[in-house]
Design a protein. Structure first.
Length: 303
């Protein structure tokens, strides 16, 4: 006997009294700072002609993506901290999952494209202006979004077919793939297989692209005779490489085997890293470790 589930209950983080208010204030502050940071980066890149090149075009798109990335999850999570009604409708849950997976997959591919951009800039400097034209860069960005949208649509088409019976409680703070697979009362093996295959493609292919690009960059940089030249070449990659390590390390194990990861209590804490902490740190990494962005920021504030 199956009863159609009309809504899910997101259990989130169980807190009481003063801790509840403290958690609400901290999450709200982090969300506002993250959005403002990324808006500031977009504004700086748009208003400074010195930053009108492919590297900063991709960085601006990454900031635009992360504004939506945190907005899909954090407002609902913040409200649920103080609210007694932690319900989310089935349609709302599917919509949140769809947008979240789209944005995550898009970021994977975009980070790989940014690595390729650094590879061409350092290893093929003479051909770089001819290859990375504005139109081609725009096509690459559109391709990243298309990959994310297609991947998310395929995953969702299998997950939405699952049956959810009497169990409507999700031990998470947002609708993710792993909790939905675990509370389904129908056979989820096909959905899990499809999700696993797509996760391997979307994560490992960009990851291999990033690794191959940085191996070539390392070989090229080590051939530069002057230490100042090597330091300058490495400085253009350090921010991107730090962001890649943070994002990939926190999501790789979660999404390569989502149903297994859900059984661990640490899953929610790992999820907080890539949905709250990493988006907060990314703009800081690009601003603090990039002289051009710092200089453009000073000019913007001076104006």
């Amino acid at each position: 006997n199956e009863t159609k589930v009309m809504y899910f209950i997101l259990l989130g983080f169980p807190t009481t009294g003063e801790l509840q208010l403290l958690l609400f204030s901290a999450l709200l502050l982090v969300y506002l700072v993250t959005v403002l940071e990324n808006l500031l980066i977009i504004l700086i890149i748009r208003n400074n002609h010195s930053l009108q090149n492919p590297m900063y075009l991709f960085l601006g798109n990454l900031s635009f993506l992360e504004i939506w990335y945190v907005s899909v999850i954090e407002p609902k999570m913040i409200m649920d901290v103080l609210s007694r009604d932690k319900r989310i409708s089935f349609q709302g849950c599917m919509a949140q999952l769809h947008f979240f997976v789209t944005l995550v997959c898009t970021e994977y591919v975009l980070l790989a494209v940014m690595a390729c951009d650094r590879f061409l800039a350092i290893c093929k400097p003479l051909r770089y202006p001819l290859i990375m034209r504005h139109r081609f860069c725009a096509q690459l960005v559109a391709g990243c979004w298309m990959c994310g949208l297609i991947t998310s649509s395929i995953k969702l088409s299998f997950i939405a077919r699952l049956s959810f019976c009497d169990v409507d409680k999700i031990n998470h703070y947002f609708c993710d793939i792993s909790p939905l697979l675990n509370i389904s009362c129908s056979d989820s093996s096909l959905a899990e297989l499809v999700d696993f295959i797509l996760a391997l493609l979307v994560i490992l292919v960009p990851l291999c692209t990033v690794l191959a690009s940085y191996i070539c960059i390392l070989v090229t940089v080590l051939k530069i005779p002057s230490s100042q030249g090597r330091q300058k070449a490495f400085s253009t990659c350090s921010s991107h490489l730090t962001v890649v390590i943070l994002f990939y390390s926190t999501t790789l194990f979660t999404y390569c085997h989502p149903k297994l990861m859900y059984t661990y209590r640490a899953n929610k804490l790992v999820s907080v890293l890539y949905t709250v902490v990493v988006p907060l740190l990314n703009p800081l990494i690009y601003c603090l470790r990039n002289k051009e962005v710092r200089s453009a920021m000073k000019k913007t504030f001076t104006c």
